[in-house]
Design a protein. Structure first.
Length: 328
């Protein structure tokens, strides 16, 4: 078939089939008539896309960088070391066909990499606008729980699987401990005593299971806790706060974590770009009209996938991985 003015040859088709069988560890026993038909249709579709995107990259002015030319030579050497010239020539595959395949794949990479980066830029601008009014904080918290725990810090449950609330007297004791904890933590901060940090004290007071780092957007907690968070500067330790879980003390480590915001936006943008790229590629396919192009059916009918797979198995050409179950 012809894609974007380029001829897709029988050798190109075999190159795809060989790599598929090798990369997915396909064995002859897996190749039912249905699986073979699916594999050949996949080969047809993927070759169309590969030739289209490669040609698009060339028309857009992309060129293979000089350092990639050396990489192509290494890939050629590795390909022949894996499959062997004696095997490849049986399917009409010469060095030119292999090099053209590697070059096409490099052009596809250049095109998709550029498209991905363009999408990242688009989504970054979108997320920067979306989160312009957001402010992240990074704080460390400790909770003296208002329910019973054992000596290992595990929640004690009643017969119905619910936590057991503390009595008023026990709550008063927890409050006293929390106040004492806060005083020691504040004094430790003032004196730069590394043995009296909130993290160390949490271990000493047995509340480490109920402590940790909290990274979040301002304004997501209860009204009281939101006011406390908003009032703290970096390094400040809050007063003891009564919450639904118990008595809490927080230390503000970063009241406006702009680096976290930037990283979050970058992660969101990259994830969105990766998710959206297939849709952009589908637009390319639809606009190109390649979906309606069909290969030479007479020539396609001469390709024996099962014989190819048997030949590879007999020669021991197989990737060392668990076989793909094509019937799933």
């Amino acid at each position: 078939m012809s894609i974007s003015g380029c001829s897709v040859t029988e050798a190109d088709y075999y190159l795809y089939l060989i790599q598929y069988i090798y990369n997915y560890g396909v064995i002859p026993e897996q190749l039912t008539e249905k699986n073979i038909a699916l594999l050949m249709q996949t080969a047809t579709n993927d070759l169309k896309i590969e030739f289209l995107q490669s040609q698009m990259a060339k028309e857009a002015g992309f060129t293979v960088p000089d350092e990639q030319v050396e990489t192509m030579d290494l890939m050629m050497t590795a390909f022949y070391a894996t499959f062997g010239e004696d095997f490849l020539v049986n399917y009409g595959i010469d060095e030119t066909a292999v090099r053209n395949m590697i070059e096409r794949q490099l052009y596809v990479y250049l095109l998709t990499d550029k498209a991905t980066n363009d999408l990242i830029t688009e989504f970054t601008m979108e997320y920067e606008e979306k989160y312009a009014d957001y402010q992240f904080h990074n704080m460390y918290y400790v909770v003296f729980p208002n329910f019973q725990v054992d000596d290992e810090g595990q929640t004690i449950l009643d017969d119905e699987g619910n936590s057991i609330p503390l009595s008023e007297e026990e709550m008063a004791e927890q409050l006293a401990l929390a106040e004492e904890f806060r005083e020691r933590a504040v004094n430790g901060t003032v004196s730069a005593d590394e043995s009296a940090t909130m993290e160390i004290l949490a271990q000493e007071y047995g509340v480490a299971p109920f402590s940790g780092v909290q990274i979040n957007v301002n304004g997501v907690y209860t009204e009281e806790l939101n006011k406390v968070v908003a009032s703290l500067s970096n390094g400040d330790i809050s007063e003891v706060i009564l919450t639904d879980a118990g008595f809490m003390i927080v230390r503000m480590d970063n009241s406006n974590d702009t680096e976290l915001m930037a990283q979050m936006i970058a992660d969101f943008a990259e994830e969105s770009a990766t998710d959206y790229l297939p849709y952009r590629q589908q637009i390319w396919i639809e606009e190109s009209g390649i979906e309606s192009i069909e290969p030479n059916q007479d020539l396609l009918g001469t390709i024996d996938v099962l014989a190819l797979c048997n030949d590879m198995a007999a020669r021991g050409i197989r990737f060392d991985q668990s076989s793909l179950n094509l019937q799933q």
